[in-house]
Design a protein around this ligand. Structure first.
Ligand SMILES: Nc1ncnc2c1ncn2[C@@H]1O[C@H](COP(=O)(O)OP(=O)(O)OP(=O)(O)O)[C@@H](O)[C@H]1O
Ligand SMILES: [Mg+2]
Length: 257
């Protein structure tokens, strides 16, 4: 089992004086589902870009299984907020593209792409073009594409932010099923406290200026959903509601008047 570690990392963008992230330590194991939540500008996307290897920390270390990394790799897949798909290519071509770049033969990459498209309930849509899909369907293509290459870690930056509430609830259940099925370590950036709480084994709150971890707590609602419990019943438990209040208090503490 692999572990992605951020150890005492700080990040200052070039040309700026203030650090965006300061002394952040976070460990994501396969089988974990960690959500990062915090006010706009607190450094969530920067943190995900460090974990993905798109950015290097100014100090501290990023490593996988104890080995430092300095760039992106096939062990980490990223789902972006804007779906980042190729609109003129078909659904199956989009999902198969990273496999193509990795040198996987056509038949195998198409079969893998179709399998993951079925897993995200897009069978029958494989030969459509991206522009023919709804927002929720596009996000599912993005998730299928990320999982098709068999990553150890799935890094997601507000993948569901643009979806309506009902689609979003269905996506939560699908995400949990895919996470359990793929044995990945998931890192989710979100603005939704309820989403973080329902999905995650652990929620991290980033406080801004500079971005740092101000609160972290573990939960088991997602695992209980996977074991068959009803999502609406879980979300109305007193423990869930109390945890939501603690998270909100942690996010909004010291909010300027
Ligand atoms: N490439 C960059 N160069 C300089 N500053 C940057 C760069 N990218 C982000 N920043 C700054 O770093 C801070 C954190 O940005 P980041 O995008 O990580 O925040 P965020 O928590 O993801 O915000 P949001 O919730 O709005 O997506 C902001 O002040 C932003 O202006
Ligand atoms: Mg962001």
């Amino acid at each position: 089992m692999s572990v992605l570690s951020l150890s005492h990392i700080s990040l200052t963008y070039s040309g700026t004086a203030q650090p965006v992230l300061k002394d952040v330590t976070l460990s994501l194991s396969q089988g974990d589902f960690i959500s990062v939540i915090g006010r706009s500008g607190s450094g969530k996307t920067s943190l995900m870009n460090l974990a993905a290897g798109f950015l290097q920390p100014s100090s501290g270390q990023v490593s996988i299984g104890g080995a430092p990394f300095t760039g992106p790799g096939p062990d980490r897949a990223v789902v972006f907020q804007d779906d980042a798909l190729f609109p003129w290519r078909t659904v199956v071509e989009n999902v198969a593209l990273p496999l193509k770049l990795a040198g996987v033969a056509r038949e195998e990459r198409e079969a893998t792409a179709r399998r993951w498209l079925a897993a995200v309930h897009l069978e029958g849509q494989e030969d459509k073009h991206i522009w023919q899909l709804s927002g929720g369907q596009r996000q599912r293509v993005g998730i299928a594409r990320a999982l098709a290459s068999g990553p150890d870690f799935l890094l997601m930056d507000e993948p569901l932010g643009a979806l309506d509430a009902m689609t979003r609830d269905r996506m939560h259940e699908l995400l949990l099923q895919l996470w359990a099925q793929s044995h990945t370590g998931a890192l989710l950036i979100t603005h939704s406290v309820e989403e973080a709480l329902f999905l995650s084994t652990s929620v991290v709150v980033l406080a801004p200026d500079p971005g740092r971890i101000s609160f972290q707590e573990s939960y088991d609602y997602g695992r209980r959903f996977i074991r068959g419990e009803d999502p609406r019943a879980l979300k109305s438990e007193p423990g869930f509601i109390a945890a939501r209040e603690r998270l909100l208090a942690a996010i909004y503490e010291k909010e300027p008047a």
